[in-house]
Design a protein around this ligand. Structure first.
Ligand SMILES: [Zn+2]
Length: 318
């Protein structure tokens, strides 16, 4: 199933135009937008999860093939996932065949049970098993049942994959399209997966790419993350669907933003850790001007810097 080059080119030209006028998701409606032939995108808000936004803070992507739909990520609550399934029904009569989990973070997985009920085969990287069995996962769900009620409640469950992938690269063939599912972790998480669909020049990057906003670094291995971003640039995709923020049609520039931010954190905090400089002083004197206007800078940057400071203390100069 080949799409003529010119058709793709027209699509990307139109998308580029749309991207310059698009707004961030302003309301909480789950709307699928075509971003390439047969490729659809749903954008969550650039915000923290809350009861008011139903935990709609992450993106979702889907590909409609001639033999069923492949969905990437499950959104942040069962209600959102059900809204997404209704949206898929609006787009195509094809059954939902697969749901690929890019990583087991709450905002990407709390909708899984709805996709399972809809008949999708859940696919995730094998390292997700460890997280699912951990106290962290259980405690996080407990906390979410408080903070995200009524969207996350006693009926919300952690859902294991039907197929755990343990190989570095698995290719799923569905309806004449290839889904190259690559293990990109440990980066944002140990179990990070990215999905490349060469026939559509589309790349689903999960939380390796926080398009247009400050990422949450958390306990991530930022060095491996930087290496994975460099690898993503090699996939030569024309459209990159990130885990958060708008679609990227200029992957080189946009992937570079996340990468440069991580490099900047490591450089500044690495130097401070090496010089045994207290964190507060190092943070205050670091030049953040290149990043401070990005969404979520105020919420995330200090914590990211602190986590990186601890990581650099631990890792020492590498
Ligand atoms: Zn996320």
């Amino acid at each position: 199933m080949r799409t003529p080059r010119s058709r793709l080119a027209r699509w990307f030209a139109a998308l580029l135009l749309a991207a310059t006028t698009a707004h961030a998701a302003e309301d909480a409606a789950v709307l699928a937008r075509a971003v390439a032939p047969d490729v659809w995108f749903v954008q969550g808000a650039a915000a923290l999860g809350s009861a008011a936004n139903r935990n709609f803070i992450s993106n979702d992507g889907l590909v409609v093939t001639g033999d069923g739909v492949v969905v990437v990520d499950a959104l942040g609550s069962p209600a959102l996932a059900e809204a997404l399934i209704a949206e898929i029904r609006r787009v195509t009569p094809q059954p939902i065949r697969y749901l690929i989990v890019t990583h087991y973070h709450a905002d990407h997985i709390y909708g899984l049970q709805a996709f399972k009920a809809a008949g999708a085969t859940i696919v995730a990287h094998g390292a997700g098993r460890e997280y699912l069995g951990s106290d962290t996962a259980r405690q996080r769900l407990e906390a979410s049942r408080q903070t995200l009620a009524p969207w996350i409640d006693e009926k919300t469950l952690l859902v294991a994959a039907d197929r755990w992938l343990d190989a570095p690269l698995t290719t799923l063939k569905v309806g004449g399209m290839d889904f190259h599912i690559r293990h990109a972790g440990p980066a944002h998480t140990v179990e990070d997966l990215v999905v490349h669909v060469p026939q559509r020049e589309a790349l689903f990057a999960g939380d390796l790419v926080f398009q247009g906003r400050i990422p949450f670094v958390g306990q991530a291995d930022s060095q491996q993350w930087i290496a994975s971003l460099t690898q993503l640039l090699d996939a030569k995709a024309r459209v990159v669907i990130p885990g958060h923020g708008p679609v990227s049609t200029e992957p080189a520039a946009d992937l570079a933003l996340t990468r440069d931010y991580l490099l900047h954190l490591r450089q500044a905090m690495g130097e401070a850790a090496r010089n045994l400089e207290p964190f507060d002083e190092a943070y205050a004197k670091t030049d953040w001007s290149r990043f401070e206007r990005l969404p979520l800078f105020k919420v995330a940057n200090r914590m990211n810097a602190y986590n990186t400071y601890l990581l650099m203390e631990q890792q020492g100069p590498r």
